[in-house]
Design a protein around this ligand. Structure first.
Ligand code: 5AD
Ligand code: FES
Length: 349
């Protein structure tokens, strides 16, 4: 490891921040030694805050219908080969009830930007979950909506919102999204969510098309500034029916390296070892946790709709019932010395 890299790692561990050039240097000087040093420091910081606890979120994929046309995503509206489905409110509540029995205390409702989920309908669903499971946190991941909509959902009982920023560079954003979407609106959404009192999750794909080290440095600087309560990062994985079908996937190594840096920037952040990470490597989620992640998000969606919610090719756990995934993750975490806990896993100040 080069001495400048080593100095920057020490500075980051000590001050929890670097300038843009510092982040860019770390991104461009990744090697095994730097990665191991960052992972050790990140693990130590995470152990101080969270011990060996790993939080679980029950992911309910409520709709594969999406009006957007993001170039990287298998659910993009111009993918005519994607079979679309939408869970009924009753099905969603059943998933949550089953999840509760399995020890989940956070439910994440995720879906494409499906206009059927009007404020009225989504608020009713949120309010029912809130009433049936008052001790649970409700997270929404339903894309860009108006401030008014976010306010109504918050009022109905939603606690957290995941909306990855995707990239902190406006020009890169424009290369990943159709002209109808804008970086500014993304940022508007994130600031509205924060002001409305949500715990907010941002995030980006690692190795997305056109991404440069500078872009990743900007992502890190954005995470440093915005201090999101949650941050979802996973490798980009190509989907066969998108314009990025032939692009290479992001790597396990770079994703883990960035997880460690993010843990050091923001010691209390809730950081998932994502399904995408588990998809590019059979032990991806374990390696993510060992690099500094502290959340896993198994799927609670009904097994018969799973294949229709394909953001990328090769996604894992397609045929596994929620109970199997839950057990599987318990074992996977135990094997590396961590413990999945029955807890809302609220953000720490
Ligand atoms: N590879 C990896 N992650 C993807 N996402 C969408 N498409 C892909 C892909 N091809 C991520 C995006 C989105 C989240 C729900 O899934 O970052 O915000
Ligand atoms: Fe789904 Fe392992 S987490 S089968």
């Amino acid at each position: 490891m080069e001495s400048r890299t080593s100095e920057l790692i020490d500075e980051l561990a000590h001050n929890h921040t670097l300038d843009l050039e510092g982040y860019e240097h770390l991104v461009t000087h990744q090697d095994d030694e730097a990665a191991q040093r960052l992972a050790d420091l990140a693990s130590a910081v995470r152990k101080d805050v969270y011990g060996t606890d790993v939080f679980v979120r029950g992911l309910i994929e409520i709709s594969s219908i999406c009006k957007n046309d993001c170039l990287y995503c298998g659910l993009r509206s111009s993918n005519a080969s994607c079979e679309r489905y939408r869970l009924t409110p009753e099905q969603i509540l059943l998933c949550a009830d089953m999840g509760y029995e399995l020890g989940f205390r956070t439910f994440v409702l995720q879906g494409g930007e499906d206009m059927w989920f009007s404020d009225e309908r989504l608020c009713a669903i949120v309010a029912s979950i809130r009433e049936r499971h008052p001790d649970c946190a409700i997270t929404l991941s339903m894309g860009e909506r108006s401030r008014e909509s976010y306010a109504r959902l918050r009022q109905a009982g939603a606690d957290r919102y995941l909306l990855r920023h995707e990239t902190a560079d406006p020009e890169h954003y424009a290369l990943l999204h159709p002209a109808a979407m804008s970086f500014d609106n993304r940022m508007r959404c994130l600031h509205d969510l924060r002001e409305l009192g949500y715990a907010v999750g941002v995030g980006m794909m690692v190795g997305s098309p056109y991404q440069t080290p500078r872009h990743l440095a900007e992502d890190l600087a954005f995470i440093d500034r915005f201090k999101p309560e949650m941050c979802g990062i996973g490798p980009f994985i190509p989907h066969h029916a998108t314009p990025f079908a032939d692009r290479p996937a992001g790597t396990l190594e770079q994703t883990c390296y960035l997880l460690s840096i993010i843990r050091l920037i923001h010691p209390t952040v809730l950081l998932p070892a994502t399904t995408a990470l588990g998809t590019i490597d059979p032990l991806g989620r374990e390696k993510g946790v060992l690099a500094g992640a502290n959340v896993v998000m198994p799927n609670l969606s009904p097994v018969d709709v799973r294949q229709k919610y394909l953001l990328y090719d090769g996604k894992i756990c397609m045929g596994d019932e929620a109970a199997e995934c839950r057990r599987c993750l318990d074992l996977r975490m135990e094997r590396i010395g961590y413990h999945v806990v029955v807890d809302r896993g609220d953000p720490r100040p």
